[in-house]
Ligand binder design. Sequence first.
Ligand code: NAP
Length: 285
Amino acid sequence: MYTGKTRNLGVMGWPIAHSLSPVLQNAAIEEAGLDYAYVALPVEPLKLPAAVEGLRALQFRGFNVTIPHKSAIMPLLDGIDEDARIIGAVNTVVNEDGFLRGYNTDAAGFIHALQDTGFEVAGKQVCVLGAGGAARAVLWALAKHGAARVSIGVRNPEKAKPLVELFRKYVEIEAFHWESEAFLGRLADAGLLVNTTPLGMHPHVDDMPPVRLSCLGKDAFVYDIIYTPAETRLLREAASLGHPVLNGEGMLAGQGAAAFRLWTGVDADVKLMEKVLREYLEVDR
Ligand code: NAP
């Protein structure tokens, strides 16, 4: 039951009706027996400064930030955590007595889901497909956890140059056309292949990035951060070749769990969050 003492949390975005965060956060709140409520907050781009000040005035404990506000919100906050600064996007804000600090929990979500399988990134050669917003969080997680070398495969390597420049001080990194001979060589050396493109995402479930999986190192792990469908064509083909695979559900639940911990100081039940997400996605489809 909500009372006068219930603390408020939410997610701001535009549009926001599709957001899965209320489902997973409210499930975690209930499971932990905490007195918080989490709501969806539709915020038009031009209203972002007013919305941030409004949540500060309303003494929200914190909120998530999603498309299109993840970068635009940064100058409106009082402090930015290192992960968010390097990734260049905020997905979580914590309100400490009126001081709003921005965090990015995507990198933590990505790495925790991978570590949960027993996979160790340190010392591994990694191929990453795509160089958009999600790739930034993935690259930072890989750099922070000691990947030996990262090779980005994209349709337009020129466009990936700023990302390579940004991350080269943290990890050995290069970008290639994903069908080039050079990239095929990197696939052969890779211990981990990560897809950060939307290719294969619902409803275009027959798509997949044009990588030659037969060139991939024999025991390489294949991680697709897409979570709808649960098994993309890339994962299906990789699994049929005997590669261990992982989808994006754990990353999504993991970024939510990391935000939950920042607001409440309590560890969320990540497996419950994953289960609730999957059930919700199945019914919602
Ligand atoms: P994005 O910023 O649009 O970037 C996507 C990347 O994919 C870019 O490098 C883009 O290349 C490439 N790409 C897009 N469409 C392509 C196409 N038709 N052919 C070839 N390359 C294409 O997207 P994003 O925000 O990074 O998100 C990417 C995916 O990650 C989405 O499926 C999203 O659902 C998923 N995601 C999952 C989680 C999670 O928690 N599991 C979190 C965040 C995102 P160009 O620059 O050349 O267009």
